[in-house]
Design a binder for this molecule. Structure first.
Ligand SMILES: *Cc1c(COP(=O)(O)O)cnc(C)c1O
Length: 222
């Protein structure tokens, strides 16, 4: 099936309140354009260099989501244009984004990443760390970041019961945080293999790559 057919098929399964981020990492410009021509505007990338080279040549109305692990020294490269940084996993990184936003006089939209998976290798705040940070009020002094919600990556497993538990806990926590941060609107979780489950558990932003663009031929090492 073509990218456009795959995209259409997936869109047909996603309720209108859920944003679909098409994850185009490792895929060529032509594949992004195909999806763009079918009306897709939100695209996700994991690697700063790849994001920048695509952003330079692709249409300017694309909303670029950075969904990978972001190193502090690379924030300044994407801060001028990025639509949403999903993987903010430390206060230090948030401070750097705030600093770069201030230089540009641009408020940079972000999500805090919560470590919900069983694997050690995934990044993110623990629930406790995130709760403490939000309660501390430190966010109020960061005028050039706008946290819009939370992001999580489930365990890399076919075990749906485990993923369901992880996503449902994340959603419960998201709702609890929203009592302190009523302006939050985004809960980003769910990928090709589990996005319907994630939506059932309350996700309103899904990040889908291989189901749209096909399997990735190579993997960058992070
Ligand atoms: C690659 C990636 C995705 C998309 O994964 P698929 O299984 O191809 O849909 C989603 N989120 C993050 C953070 C990723 O790195």
């Amino acid at each position: 099936m073509s990218v456009q057919d795959q995209l259409k098929k997936i869109k047909g399964t996603i309720p209108p309140n859920v944003t679909l981020v098409a994850v185009s990492k490792t895929k060529p410009i032509e594949a992004v354009l195909e999806a763009y021509e079918a009306g897709q505007r939100d695209f996700g990338e994991n690697y700063v260099q790849e994001l920048i080279s695509k952003q330079e040549v692709l249409p300017k109305d694309i909303r670029w989501h950075f969904i990978g692990h972001l190193q502090s020294n690379k924030v300044k490269m994407i801060a001028p244009f990025v639509h949403l940084i999903h993987g903010v996993d430390s206060v230090k990184l948030l401070e750097e984004i705030n600093k770069q936003g201030a230089k540009l006089n641009r408020v940079v939209p972000c999500l805090l990443q919560i470590h919900i998976a069983k694997e050690e290798s995934k990044f993110g705040f623990s629930y406790e760390e995130c709760g403490e940070f939000i309660s501390s009020g430190k966010l109020d002094s960061m005028k050039f970041v706008q946290v819009q919600g939370l992001m999580g990556m489930g365990t890399n497993t076919g075990e749906l019961a485990l993923l369901k538990k992880e996503y449902s806990e994340l959603h419960t926590f998201y709702q609890k945080m929203r009592e302190m941060q009523p302006a939050w609107t985004i809960l980003s979780c769910g990928m090709s293999g589990d996005y319907l489950l994630a939506i059932e558990q309350g996700s309103n932003m899904v990040r889908i790559g291989s189901s749209i663009f096909g399997e990735r031929e190579y993997q960058h090492k992070v």
